[in-house]
Ligand binder design. Structure first.
Ligand SMILES: Nc1nc2c([nH]c(=O)n2[C@@H]2O[C@H](COP(=O)(O)OP(=O)(O)OP(=O)(O)O)[C@@H](O)[C@H]2O)c(=O)[nH]1
Ligand SMILES: [Mg+2]
Length: 132
């Protein structure tokens, strides 16, 4: 099975992260996600993330860095999530396609249902709170 490469943005402002709800009709629909999407053939992962965040939530990314790389097999689909931390952006995040979305405190992320592949992302974010 071909692996789908996905650029995923953990958008951070103070101790909050921006999450949005996937449409019911999509793969892993109805769950919460970090905004992002599939990399196109002519793009680097940085470019893919900047494009997706502009299209999906209307922000222009000015600072992004690698956060973690996750490979996950859903059975019907294999994904490689290139998760990137976004700590600088212009504009105000709001969902462009009418999905529910919101800023949530890192220590409240565990109350939301995410796709299985995201568990390690949440764990790392929550862990980072107690480090410093
Ligand atoms: N954006 C995003 N995708 C995720 C996350 N976790 C996760 O397993 N995925 C998976 O990554 C895959 C690609 O994401 P996507 O559906 O957002 O891709 P896209 O924006 O290019 O959408 P499209 O091509 O359907 O229009 C999906 O199979 C989705 O289930 C996440 O936190 N954010
Ligand atoms: Mg998407």
């Amino acid at each position: 099975m071909k692996i789908v490469e996905v650029a995923v943005g953990v958008i951070k402002s103070a101790n909050k992260i921006y999450i949005s709800k996937r449409s019911d009709d999509l793969h892993q629909g109805g769950k919460w996600e970090f905004p992002g999407g599939k990399r196109e053939a002519n793009e680097t992962i940085e470019q893919a993330l900047a494009r997706e965040l502009s299209e999906e939530i209307g922000i222009q990314v000015t600072k992004q860095s690698p956060f973690m790389l996750i490979e996950h097999d859903y059975g019907d689909k294999k994904v490689r999530l290139d998760v990137r931390l976004v700590e600088g952006f212009e504009g105000e995040a709001s969902h462009q396609e009418g999905q529910q979305s919101q800023w949530v405190e890192i220590n409240e992320l565990q109350q939301f249902t995410f796709p299985d592949a995201n568990k390690v992302i949440i764990d790392k974010l929550v862990g980072s709170l107690t480090e410093d």
